[in-house]
Design a protein around this ligand. Sequence first.
Ligand code: NAD
Ligand code: IPM
Ligand code: MN
Length: 353
Amino acid sequence: MKKLAIATIPGDGIGKEVVPAATKVLEAAAEVHGGLSFEFTDFPYSCEYYLQHGVMIPNEGMKRLQNFDALFLGAVGNPEIVPDHVSLWGLLIKLRREFEQVINLRPAKLLPGIQSPLANPKDFDLMVVRENSEGEYSEVGGRMYRGNDEIAIQNSVFSRRGTERAMDYAFNLASKRKKHVTSATKSNGIFYAMPFWDEVFNDVAKGYPDIKSDSQHIDALASFFVTRPERFDVIVASNLFGDILTDIGAGIMGSVGVAPAANINVNGKYPSMFEPVHGSAPDIVGKGIANPLGQIWTAKMMLDYFEEEELGKLLLDVIEGTTESGMLTPDLGGNSSTEEVTDEIVRRLRERV
Ligand code: NAD
Ligand code: IPM
Ligand code: MN
């Protein structure tokens, strides 16, 4: 029996609704498998925890989390009670950084039965490799006051090592897919970092002669994501460009509630973390209508990570069967609840035993 110890951190808002939904699905998936079991341990780190303890996560919590096979996180953020830069840097970004989860993998793919906002979408299936540890999300800069005048400086740090690492990851991934990597750049407008990014991309591409490579400026790329998403296979992007592109990816799938993600630790020193693209959705919290598919598809990415690709594929099949049947939450134009969609997925999974 393969036993996996998973730390669940529901976090804030709808994280508390979709994480339990997805763990239920994972339990059912383990039953279908027969030789796999999950041991979930729940952690309360959230904005409420911050109000009680003055930290989003204590040092001792970081130490405990290190020992798990993976982290399964919902969402962080409740700006009504804790400013976002405090909660996100105190938990989500802290986990990504300290556990060296340097790659953020975010697929976008058309699911049957979901109406894309695109009028005639072709069958797109792309993967964004987002650099997850530096770039525009760097803690370098400051705020300065000169009398009544105030300025904020935000520096971006692009290391050759971090940039190459993301690009190598993208090329390796493309070698198992449609053998095409597109680099998201902005070397016409960002003076130092993006010409450097292009240079590294061209160098890395030379090591993969069988993989087609090209570059697109991020502004044009954002437009192509809407007009011709089927053109893309793997896209490698800096931290901020990848963040924004993957919400466009989510948008063309029909809702950010569907989009999954994986924060990958590539050196094996720390656990990887699986958390969907969406946030805590304060506008729908407590209504029972949060779309669980993003978190459930994220669970599929976790299965793939544990080399349970067959089970991962089965789970995606079941997700697709469910969307095709028209059982959808309101963000996708349906009228089903979180629970109904989850139970349908569990039911369809159990049919496969
Ligand atoms: P959001 O993703 O929480 O919500 C954007 C919109 O999408 C909202 O209308 C919301 O109702 C909807 N939505 C999101 N997920 C959904 C789901 N599963 N089902 C149905 N509808 C869904 O983004 P936001 O409003 O910009 O941010 C809200 C809070 O979440 C902020 O505190 C923000 O910083 C945080 N946030 C956290 C993460 C994360 O933890 N990874 C990601 C994004 C935003
Ligand atoms: C995401 C989120 C986070 C990010 C925020 C909440 C810090 O938008 O996971 O996409 O920008 O990485
Ligand atoms: Mn985002």
